[in-house]
Design a protein around this ligand. Structure first.
Ligand code: GLU
Length: 315
């Protein structure tokens, strides 16, 4: 097997960068524009802490949908599995990530899973705290611990822009209010959701988040376990089935490990017991996934046998 070192990653990124041509950078997010079209960066942190970075790995983006795994983490911690999944399902879906129609189609009218917008807004309503600021602070503090960084900030400009253009998310939230799925203050749940999306990260942060999952909830540089491994397993299973929007099946087959993407081009890739992968490639496809980033995830899986369903002696 090849060595997963900087030279390998640099070459792999150059190869996968070509796939950026198949995607487009979302133009309504402040800070992202066509100059980011061909950017691709990655950081991989192995279980022993060895870190490999290459490409445009110092670019920063906002967490967007990758935040959905962190808010789910807190909600599970705050309320436990039973209560959380009374409000949101855990099934994959066919519809686009901002679908409204599915809310009306099923009897219990709750969002299919926590990785789509409706589900994440419902999850945001389950984060404990005195105020929206207080709840955001809890997420930021958790992220600081997970990434071992002193500063994690929310991008105000992105937050304001998403709030301004958030009619679709508002519609999802108010629909859920009308059906009784969302029982707390709707505007607060939405506000928190917009703030989560706007938290700034780079490849290293995404890799650290992934590593936290891959190590079963143990903090970096310590043995302190802050989230139960049971909750992490639940989230990883949902990432595997729904984390890449309506392309999750393809990623389950072709990568074979849990991933979560965001529309700003980030991907968190969790290889349990082996490594955490953070990728940023802002050109995304129609389904919301980074085209070059997705290619890199698939290549890493093939080259290093990361597929969880791999059976050594048969490959
Ligand atoms: N800002 C996006 C939205 O709420 C986030 C979605 C995503 O990354 O998938 O529509």
């Amino acid at each position: 097997m090849k060595a997963l070192d900087e030279a390998y990653l640099e070459d792999a990124i150059e190869e996968c960068r070509l796939f950026a041509a198949n995607g487009e950078v979302l133009s309504n997010l402040p800070g992202l524009n066509q100059t980011n079209q061909n950017h691709l960066g990655a950081t991989i942190i192995k279980l022993d802490g060895e870190t490999v970075s290459a490409g445009d790995c110092h670019d920063t983006i906002t967490l967007q949908s990758c935040s959905k795994i962190i808010s789910l983490l807190l909600a599970l911690n705050d309320y436990g599995k039973e209560r959380v999944f009374q409000t949101v399902g855990m099934e994959p879906m066919q519809d686009f990530f901002n679908s409204i129609s599915h809310l009306e189609m099923y009897e219990d009218q709750k969002p299919m899973n926590p990785m789509i917008n409706a589900g994440a807004i419902a999850v945001a309503s389950l984060i404990k705290g005195k105020s929206v600021e207080d709840r955001l602070e809890r997420i930021i503090e958790l992220l600081k611990k997970i990434t071992d960084k002193e500063e994690i900030v929310m991008n105000k400009e992105v937050y304001e822009a998403e709030k301004q253009s958030g009619s679709r998310n508002r519609a999802l939230a108010y629909f859920m209010k009308s059906t009784g799925t969302l029982v707390t203050n709707v505007e607060e749940a939405l506000d928190l959701y917009f703030r989560f999306n706007a938290i700034e990260v780079d490849c290293y942060d995404l890799a650290k988040i992934a590593l936290f999952f891959a190590r079963g909830g143990v903090l970096p540089n310590s043995d302190e376990k802050i989230i139960s491994a049971r909750h992490l397993r639940t989230i990883e299973a949902i990432m595997m089935t729904s984390g890449m929007y309506n392309e999750s099946g393809r990623f389950a087959v072709e990568a074979g490990f849990p991933c979560k993407s965001g529309v700003s081009g980030g991907i968190v890739g969790v290889v349990p017991n082996r490594m955490g992968i953070g990728v940023i490639g802002p050109a995304i496809d129609k389904k919301g996934n980074s085209t070059a980033g997705g290619a890199l995830i698939r290549k890493l899986s093939l080259d290093f046998k990361l597929n969880l369903f791999e059976i050594d002696h048969l490959s």
